[in-house]
Ligand binder design. Structure first.
Ligand SMILES: NC(=O)c1ccc[n+]([C@@H]2O[C@H](COP(=O)([O-])OP(=O)(O)OC[C@H]3O[C@@H](n4cnc5c(N)ncnc54)[C@H](OP(=O)(O)O)[C@@H]3O)[C@@H](O)[C@H]2O)c1
Length: 252
């Protein structure tokens, strides 16, 4: 199988890194010449990665085409490109509906996928919508596949995948606070990274315990965990979280 990535930016880099760490079988990968610096780096790093001359050549030479361009670029360039009717298209584009992609590419074989940067470590969730057997058997090598049958429902996952920067800010603020109390930056950063990693791993491993129960089991009545939670609730921390999610949801 020959894979082609239209748009050689952050997410293409992560997906290709994941592919080369996986047992996926493929003949070669074509990447588009933009971004030139990233394309050169990737083709130097991985023997089976080739930079195509232009976007059309990439599409013509690939069995699967991954759309890894921004919605603005997609709007500009897709209408100028030709896709065979049954060529498989996997779109990573955040705000572009299948209906519109079908219209603009004149192709019916389109699936939307939400990869996240940790796909480069073969970790994290990968949302596939609508259900697609071949996409599932591909992406299961790169992360935890969650299939969502309706595109409309997948909007929620696009929304929650916008939590990356604010998550990092949460752990950054936690570390900064430790530093303000006299802890060295290296130790503070290491501590918060390990703390949040362990919390996530613990939640994943406790498959039969729902999140609400985890909240209640991780606090002693009247203890410090209970007090922090109560204070954050009182200060509308979580109400603001929901409000922000609702705002972003409207974008998808
Ligand atoms: N990053 C994520 O975590 C993530 C997760 C899920 C989905 N996505 C989606 O994936 C898409 C790409 O995101 P990204 O973060 O990888 O963005 P990015 O790093 O900005 O990559 C976009 C790439 O498209 C290239 N490009 C611009 N014009 C082009 C053209 N005419 N022909 C071919 N390529 C062109 C850019 O090249 P230049 O630098 O030369 O302009 C750049 O390499 C977006 O729709 C985003 O919503 C991203």
């Amino acid at each position: 199988m020959i894979l082609g990535f239209l748009g050689t930016g952050h997410i293409t880099t992560s997906v290709i890194e994941g592919i080369f760490k996986s047992k996926l079988k493929f003949k070669k990968i074509y990447i588009s010449p933009r971004n030139n610096m990233i394309a050169k780096k990737l083709s130097k790093r991985f023997k089976k990665v080739y930079i195509s001359k232009n976007n059309q050549q990439l599409i013509d030479n690939s069995d699967w085409v991954f759309l890894a361009i921004t919605p603005q670029v997609a709007n500009k360039i897709l209408k100028l490109l030709k896709f065979k009717k049954r060529k498989k298209i996997i779109s990573f584009i955040s705000t572009f509906k299948i209906k519109d992609l079908k219209f603009i590419t004149k192709n019916k074989n389109i699936t939307r996928v939400i990869p996240l940067p940790f796909i480069g470590m073969k970790k994290g969730p990968v949302i596939i919508s609508p259900k697609d057997r071949s996409a599932k058997s591909f992406f299961k090598h790169l992360g935890k596949v969650i299939e969502i049958k309706s595109e409309k429902l997948s909007k929620g996952f696009w929304t929650t995948s916008s939590f990356m920067a604010s998550f990092y800010n949460l752990i950054f603020v936690t570390s900064s606070w430790l530093i303000s109390k006299g802890i060295k930056q290296k130790e503070a950063d290491q501590y918060v990274k390990e703390l949040f990693l362990a919390l996530s791993e613990d939640a994943v491993q406790k498959k039969n315990i729902n999140l609400k129960r985890l909240v209640s089991e991780s606090q002693t009545p009247g203890g410090t965990n209970a007090s922090v939670l109560k204070n954050l609730k009182k200060n509308k921390f979580y109400k603001i979280q929901i409000k922000v999610l609702n705002e972003i949801f409207k974008k998808f």
